[in-house]
Structures are given as C-alpha cells and as structure tokens.
Design a protein around this ligand. Structure first.
Ligand code: MOS
Length: 733
C-alpha cells in the first residue's frame, strides 16, 4: 500500500479496538515468567553448550600473543575460538568496531575470544585461563581535550552536520539580551534489564540464532555478512526483548561468537554477555559538549539562535546529533547549528533512546530557562512567544501537526504552575528547598517501510506475522488491536507472531518509529485481506462491512471463518511512504513539568511530582503509550541526577560498568507521574494517524529537572548529572 496522500476516514477510525487502554496481550507470559527470552531457550535445541566471552584488558593496541593451551586443557572445554582460528570474518554494515577483535584492539573489553564448555561455570573458569599479551598504543579518551581537534563529520541520515539561515553572528552581536553558555552531558549506558544473549544452532550450512534484538532484518543481514554466508542461510529469532533502548539495534558480540562457537563444536551454543562486560563491550550514548547562544529582543522574541555540539567516537563512528531539534523547535530569523566529531578510543558510541534530541534537549531547554529569566519572562510564556508554525529553516514548509503551545499551556494549568515562585531559593518546606521547572519536549517522527502477512483460518482466527519486535513497548498489543479493528474481529481472535527473520520485513523497533509504522504495515496487509475475503464471498470490496467476525454486503452476511474455509486466506503487503515527510515536517511535541525538593543541608535531591503532556498523533493504546512515557520520564530523571559512565582517562574505559555503580532511578526515586495525551490525529503520518511516543517521553525531562533544581536552590548546574557536590557551594544560607 502506497501512502502518499494524507489519510481520509478509514477502518481504524472506528476506534472500537484502537485507542482503548487494552492490557498487554503478552502480559500473562511476562508476569508468569514464561515469555521465552533468549537466554531461556533451553527448548530450541538439545545438548546446549555454554560460551564465555574473553575480552581485551586494554583500550587500544595489539594482542601480541594469545595462549589458549591451559583453557583448552581445562575440564570439559570443547573449543576456544579466537580471531586466529575463527576463519575469515566479514564486516557488517552497522557495527564500527569488530565484534571479534584480534590482533588489533579498538576498545576496552572488546571481545577477543570465546571459550565453549559443557557448563557455564566450566566455560567461565576456563576463560580465566586464557593468557593475553598486549602491546599498548596511546589513545584519546578525554572529550574535553579531543574536542580541540574535532572535525565536521559527513552529513548523516538525520541531517547535515552544519546548517545556517540568515546572519547568526551579526544578529547575535546586535541583540540586546544574549546568553552564551556551555553544557555537558556524560556518556550513558542503556542499562536495559535483559543482557544481550544468544543461542546459536547450525544445521548443515544453515544458522539459526535465538537472540535479543530490536532490528531483525538489519541484524540477520549483518550476521550473514560477518560470517560470509548467504542471507537466506541465516534465521534470527527474537520474539521477546527485555529492553533495548538502542543497545540492541545491531548485532553484538554474543550473536557472532555463539555462531562461531556452535560452528567450532557442532553443538548448540549459548552465550550471554555478563553484566560487567556490557558497558564497555557494547555501545553507549556518547558524551557531548554543547555551546548554545541565544539573542533576544527585550520583548523576549528570539532573533538569533546558535547551537554547537562536540562528541567523540571511534574512527568511522558517527557524531551525536545533539543540535537537530534546535533547527526546528523555536522561531528566530538568524540561526546556526554545527556538529563536530572527535576521535576517541572509548567503546563505540551509538544510538540510545532519542539519540540526538535526548542530549540536545538536555542543553537547549536549560538555555531556554536561562534566557527566560534574562528577559524577565515566565519560562512557559517565553516558549509560547517563540513558537513557530513552520519549519524555521524553510519558511512555508509546514509541520504536519504542531500543538506545542497547547501542551505547554495545558501542562501549566494542570501542574498549577502559577504557584511557582519565579525567584529561586525562596520556597521552604521544612528542611527542603522546593522548586518547579519545566521544559518543552520534541522528537521527530520517522516514517519507514514495514510489511506484514495475515492469515485467516476456518476458526475465524487471524494470525499476523511480521519481523517487528516488542522491546517492552507493547508492539504485540497494538498490532493485535490494529488487525482486530481492520478486520472487524474481537481481540481474542487475533494471534500475533513477531521477531522472526522468516516473517515479512518490518520497520523494527528504533527511533520511536515502531508503533506507527509497524501497525501501518499490518493495516496494509489487512486491507488486502479484506479484498480477498470480499472477492471470495462475491461481495463488492468497497461496500463490504467487516464487523463482529462477519462480513456484510447488501442483505448477505457471512462469517469470516466460513469464507476462509479449510484452505484459509492469506494476504501480505507493506506500507510504503511517498514524500509527505519531505513536504511536511513530522515531529512529536510535549511539555514536561517537575517539582523537586533539595535538602537545604545535604543537597539531596528528591523529585516530588512530574507531569508530561504529549502531542503525538493518535494514541493507539493509552495504557501502553503511558507506560512508554512514564518509563522515558524515569530515564530522564536518571539522566538528570544519576547516570554517567565515568571514564578512566588514562586507561580508556568506563569504570562503573555494572548496575551496582552505574546508578539508575528506582521506584522510590519517582513518587508521582502523570501523563496527558492531547486528543489529536495526524493524517499525514500514516493511515494509523499515529506518531511515536517512546522517545518523546525522555526529551526535555532532564532539563525540566535541572530547571526545578535551579528554582529550588538558585544554583545553575550546566554539567550533568546534577549531583549533590555541584550544589553545595551555592545553597542559600
Ligand atoms: Mo532507538 S535509540 O533507535 O532504539
């Protein structure tokens, strides 16, 4: 199905199933512990052996000698795989650093081998017997130093490295009120609950991996490329994913090493990455240094806005695109954005929930708070004043929908923002200093092809198959709702099968595009099935009404089960987009409000309440969408107050590489969250009229927290995370 003109009324608009807060259809599997996650797949092959990853203990250099003799001689060891005996390995498209290194080492904890043994304990014990000798090479590990030699990177998929409109420098120099401030965000880890894990089985020259992955098609392709085998020989299965946040967009070492271990031993081999290896062995959100300049008239109108960002990555890696939202979020005739990339020999930087915007909004939305104060305006009113209804870089190019002002104003009203004292450090509640802060939320909506297959059987059950993944987001449920709505079936009559590379290729889970695009693909397949049903029943497809498990036309009424018959009916289709995302800027919007309390003596920070108001097109399932947003708000609190991978700048690794030392929020840190979705549809986004929410929810949160802490204390922290030590010097007496 081609989608190149805005959607008109369609079966989704019935809203009998779509738009309802349906419980997750996979919920019982999760709550009973029976959802088969990758490392639980004892069922898929008998006689599984265990692999334990051997990793480099240097950040950069060479392995000069690797002695596996003691490991090979250890009890019940089956094989030791290294780059020396693994055979030729190709390179995938998506990984920058090799998943199995040697002799060259590109980053700390890069995998250099796999020990396979009969039990996990034997593999782990033998892995400790592998002896590695290194030749150390000097590396760059400090972004603040390396940024001096940063260069303009290639233009990326999310936009050009540099953009400019008007005369930024001239307008900024003349502006009566100016802000020029620099903000930093640290390296962050995805810290998802389920570690990367894989069971690999070869049958002849065919490989199947049961793994935990967000993008089935990308990763199956990369696995074939890495192994140098045909794509059709690889099957990748990932029906349940215990969180990804971007850390499972691509192959990781567990997948490739399990495949190599299985080939070396002729056994099914299971490999899980131990938690302490994940931070350095896999990817992370790269640290940024961001300089923001805003020039305003005295009335608060922005006339110049500039945003520059520096980040680092391994050679060949991408920059964190932290300036992108600044190209679109606020009005202002004179603008400049620039992205700079330094070489760093830290582990590979990559996508993490709202890559670009999450980091960019952490800085931009503090800057907006600072500027509001400088011009003497309320921060909500300052943002409303500087709203734009067209792409500020391309006047005349509209947004598909843009209700940022409504989000800001409704949020202010519901949060009782008028009770905020604009003078910082003035509100006391016993030992606590109390403050309120807010920020806008912004994240682009991306459209991308997505396919599905639907099969109707003689019981009237519709089975949906697509390689879409559910990474905890609710994909199973919204896909079932989409199919039920389109076919006029009750939800119980829909079965959803996901995460298998033998199914039609979907958009996958990434960039908050999964919800809208995967359901649009299912809708396309169901519309094709409706035609097939009508044709088989001898009805006019344009007139046929699908409801209650039946199809009606004229005075005829037939059960779908009977039309399907013993042979069943199958349809497969995909959604394919035209240029609506070029003609219109498609983005999602929101507003975050936070009340924080800071202990007047110790500076301990407590979040008291949070509100998010989101405008993201049609909300397909308010319950799963709310879960996405409250999860993202929680992650935003982590970014604001806790999360930082601490870099050992001499040896080049993340020191706090486990969940004991990499702090993330727990329930007690998040007492009260509220989410409001504006009642809107976006007919330009897809036939579903939906957009993404999973990344919108994090964008701006950390800045809202920072602004609340400022309002509470009068201390402006521009260096995340906002830990107690950064407040102590400036608290009111
Ligand atoms: Mo997302 S960072 O594209 O999983």
């Amino acid at each position: 199905m081609k989608f190149d003109t805005p959607a008109t009324t369609n079966p989704i608009d019935q809203l009998k199933v779509i738009g309802r807060p349906t419980d997750r259809i996979d919920g019982p599997l999760k709550t009973t512990g029976t959802a088969p996650y990758a490392n639980d797949r004892h069922d898929v092959a008998p006689n599984q052996a265990y692999g334990y990853v051997v990793v480099a203990g240097i950040a950069k250099g060479r392995v000069t000698a690797i002695d596996t003799s003691r490991a090979r001689a250890a009890p019940r060891v089956l094989a030791v795989v290294t780059a020396q005996n693994a055979g030729p390995l190709g390179k995938g498209i998506f990984n920058v650093a090799a998943l199995l290194a040697g002799p060259e080492v590109q980053h700390y904890h890069q995998a250099v081998g796999l020990v396979v043994a009969e039990t996990f304990e034997q593999a782990r014990s033998a892995a400790g017997l592998v002896r590695l000798d290194y030749e150390l090479a000097p590396g760059a590990f400090d972004l603040s130093t390396a940024s001096a030699s940063a260069v303009k990177p290639k233009d990326g998929s999310s936009g050009p490295a540099d953009a400019a409109v008007g005369d930024f420098a001239g307008a900024f120099a003349k502006a009566p009120v100016t802000l020029d401030a620099t903000y930093t965000t640290p390296d962050q880890s995805h810290a998802m609950m389920e570690p990367h894990a894989t069971v690999a089985v070869w049958e002849g020259d065919r490989l199947t991996v049961w793994t935990s992955n967000q993008m089935i098609n990308w990763s199956a392709g990369d696995l074939a490329r890495a192994l140098g085998i045909a794509r059709e020989k690889v099957r990748l299965v990932s029906p349940f994913v215990g969180g990804g946040f971007g850390g499972k967009l691509f192959l990781r070492a567990d997948v490739l090493l399990a495949a190599l271990g299985a080939r070396a031993t002729n056994r099914a081999v299971r490999v899980a990455l131990p938690r302490p290896l994940m931070a350095n062995n896999t990817t992370h959100r790269p640290a940024t240094i961001q300089r923001i300049r805003i020039g305003c008239r005295r009335n608060g109108k922005i006339i110049a806005i500039g945003h520059e960002s520096w980040s680092g990555n391994l050679p060949g890696g991408a920059a964190e695109t932290a300036v992108n939202q600044t190209r679109l979020l606020y009005a202002g005739a004179n603008r400049m954005t620039a992205t700079r990339l330094a070489v760093l020999d830290l582990p590979e930087g990559s996508a993490m929930r709202a890559p670009g915007e999450a980091s960019g909004m952490m800085a931009l939305e503090i800057a907006m708070d600072e500027m509001a104060e400088k011009v003497g305006m309320d921060p909500v009113k300052f943002r409303v004043l500087n709203d734009t209804q067209e792409d500020p870089e391309k006047p005349g190019r509209p947004f598909s929908q843009r209700q940022l002002v409504k989000c800001l104003e409704l949020g202010a009203e519901r949060f009782a923002w008028n009770r905020r004292n604009p003078r910082p450090g003035r509100v006391r509640d016993g030992r606590w200093l109390v403050g309120m802060g807010m920020a806008a939320a912004f994240r682009n909506n991306l459209v991308t092809r997505s396919a599905a297959r639907v099969r109707l059987d003689n019981r009237g059950v519709l089975t949906v198959e697509t390689d879409m993944t559910d990474i905890g987001t609710g994909s199973y449920t919204i896909i079932a709702q989409t199919a039920a709505e389109t076919m006029g079936l009750p939800l119980e009559k829909v079965a959803v099968r996901l995460g298998d590379s033998t199914f039609p290729v979907s958009c996958g889970s990434g960039g908050q595009w999964g919800g809208n695009n995967s359901t649009a693909g299912v809708y396309a397949a169901c519309m094709k099935l409706r035609d097939a049903v009508a044709e088989k029943a001898g009805l006019d497809p344009a007139q046929a009404v699908f409801a209650d498990g039946q199809v009606r036309g004229g005075d005829r009424r037939l059960a779908l089960a009977d039309i399907a018959g013993d042979a069943g009916l199958v349809a497969e289709d995909h959604i394919e987009y035209g240029d609506l995302d070029k003609r219109y800027q498609q983005s999602t919007f929101g507003a975050h409000f936070v009340e924080a309390a800071v202990d007047a003596a110790t500076c301990e920070i407590r979040i008291r309440r949070m509100l998010a108001v989101c405008a993201a097109g049609r909300i397909l399932n308010p319950k799963s969408a709310r879960s996405q947003v409250i999860g993202a708000m929680t992650m935003g609190v982590g970014a604001a107050l806790m999360e930082a991978l601490e870099v050992d700048k001499r040896r080049g690794f993340f020191v706090n590489h486990d969940l004991a030392s990499y702090e993330v929020p727990v329930h007690a840190d998040i007492p009260h969250q509220e989410v409001i979705f504006l009642d809107e549809t976006d007919p330009i986004s897809s036939p579903m009229k939906a957009k993404g929410v999973g990344e919108l929810g994090i964008c701006g949160v950390a800045a809202a927290v920072a602004n609340a802490v400022y309002n509470a204390t009068g201390v402006r922290v521009r260096d995340y995370p906002i830990t107690l030590d950064k407040l102590l010097h400036g608290l009111p007496a």
